[in-house]
Ligand binder design. Structure first.
Ligand SMILES: *Cc1c(COP(=O)(O)O)cnc(C)c1O
Length: 470
């Protein structure tokens, strides 16, 4: 089954291979008998190896045969301070011995209280209320429902629509998928979904030749204004991924767009939902991406890095005004009755608190600036590559856009799955890179070293050579 995967060139810990019951091959075979994996055509695993991971060590993952992989994508953008981070692991163990979970209606606990206080302290001003959920998509559902419900409670039940950006991604549940525009995930389910108004993304890659990112942002704001002029009366909110549209291909845009969006939302009386699920907690270079535009949204959705990659947790932060729209005597029927069984899970909240403590105790953002500058220097030569149309970076996210033709930026046909070749090449060389279509990107944990970055980039470059060959 794994015939196409050559033997590793990196060092292995051979002692683990002595027990065939727990080898890669044995675990992969058992897995594929019963487990259905996310975002996967399971048939691929007839040729693509399933990699059983037994242990994490900083930025590295170790498989059942003892092979090591540098986690270049922070395990789907969640990990910040390394796998099995000892400080977070002990906080989690300590909490598990005290209180693992309690119903979060009518009951509360210190980790949830402290986490809310801390989130309010570090997020942009005006966000004073925290609603917990247990994954990113659920946070989006909460924000969409809360926005609609706020207007309803204020006598504006005619507001039932949302505005999303082209190329956006906000998750996979039906509401979150509704406001997403990545065809690969959305198209199949379109008959089941809400229909948002799509505003053209300020994505700088889509600019006219010679147009700066800033000029494009201004042009896109004008187009958004026109959309709002027609539809603001029936629109609850505009939802965006601040600065980087991640799943849509790590497409990046100028902060002016967020500042202009804030002004337009105020002018036209619609909410601004900032989905910082992927870009929050230092990814964009600042603690939150909205800071780079000096804006406070009406809703901010957080997850992924919130727990440094340890636990499933999300939070929706909002304003006192929005909270007040629900606050009434019970029989007024204005309450927000949304719930999840694991809302405010104490283990997850405690882990999030420890994550935020690391941000306080260590110069994380400064260190990231040095790492990001190194990554940027190392990627620079790729700009001249005959199949690279764009190299872009925002903080600790960098991306390389592979194309069939550099001059016209003609993309490779998706069916050719060029990115998959980079993925397989990475696995053979002890590096986890998981391109989005033909976009090879880097989003490493903040504990990588410059040598780790060199390995990531060198492996990507040799992988790209293979990927673009006929
Ligand atoms: C990952 C992601 C989500 C969805 O979060 P899940 O926890 O995977 O449901 C939503 N928005 C953005 C921007 C994301 O990157």
């Amino acid at each position: 089954m794994h015939a196409r995967l050559e033997r590793p060139q990196c060092s292995t810990d051979d002692s683990r291979m002595s027990n065939p019951e727990s080898s890669n091959a044995a675990l992969a075979m058992r897995d594929l008998r019963h487990v259905w994996h996310p975002c996967t055509q399971m048939h691929d695993h007839e040729s693509v190896p399933m990699v059983p991971i037994v242990r994490g060590d900083g930025a590295w993952l170790i498989d059942a045969d003892g092979r090591r992989y540098l986690d270049g994508i922070s395990s789907w953008w969640t990990n910040l301070f390394g796998h099995a981070n000892p400080r977070i692991a002990s906080a989690l163990a300590d909490q598990a011995r005290k209180l693992e979970h309690v119903i979060f209606a009518g009951f509360t606990h210190q980790p949830a209280i402290e986490l809310a206080e801390e989130l309010i302290r570090i997020t942009p001003p005006g966000l004073n209320r925290v609603f917990y959920a247990d994954n990113g998509s659920a946070a989006i559902e909460v924000a969409l429902k809360m926005s609609f419900h706020t207007w309803l409670n204020q006598g504006h039940g005619e507001k039932t629509r949302f505005i999303a950006l082209s190329g956006s991604y906000h998750g996979e549940t039906l509401g979150a998928l509704s406001v997403s525009d990545v065809a690969l995930y959305r198209k199949t389910y379109a008959p089941l979904l809400l229909t948002p108004f799509l505003a053209p993304s300020p994505d700088s890659y889509e600019g006219e030749p010679g147009e700066t990112a800033q000029q494009l942002a201004a042009r896109r704001l004008q187009e958004l204004r026109e959309l709002l002029e027609r539809h603001a009366h029936e629109t609850c909110a505009v939802i965006v991924e601040p600065l980087v549209q991640c799943a849509g291909g790590m497409r990046m845009y100028h902060p002016d767009y967020l500042a202009g969006l804030r002004r337009l939302c105020d002018e036209f009386a619609v909410h601004f939902i900032a989905d910082e699920i992927a870009v929050g907690f230092g990814r964009s270079g600042t603690l939150f991406a909205c800071e780079q535009a000096g804006v406070s949204p009406d809703f901010m959705c957080l997850s992924k890095g919130l727990t440094a990659g340890f636990m499933a947790l999300s939070a929706v932060l909002t304003t006192d005004d929005i909270y007040a729209a629900f606050y009434a005597e019970y029989n007024a029927g204005k309450a927000f009755l949304h719930s999840h069984s694991y809302t405010g899970n104490p283990l997850a909240c405690r882990v999030a608190l420890e994550t935020l403590a690391i941000f306080r105790d260590e110069p994380v953002l400064e260190r990231n600036r040095t790492l990001a500058a190194h990554l940027s220097r190392r990627l620079e030569p790729l700009r001249d590559h005959p199949h690279v149309a764009d190299v872009r970076q925002t903080g600790m996210i960098a991306a390389v856009e592979l194309v069939a033709d550099k001059a016209s930026r003609r993309p490779f046909p998706p069916a050719e799955r060029r990115g998959l070749r980079v993925y397989l090449h990475g696995l053979r060389h002890g590096v986890l890179l998981r391109p989005l279509g033909s976009v090879v990107y880097f989003m490493p944990p903040y504990v990588v070293t410059e040598q780790d970055i060199d390995l990531l980039v060198d492996t990507a470059i040799s992988g790209i050579a293979i990927a673009v060959a006929d």
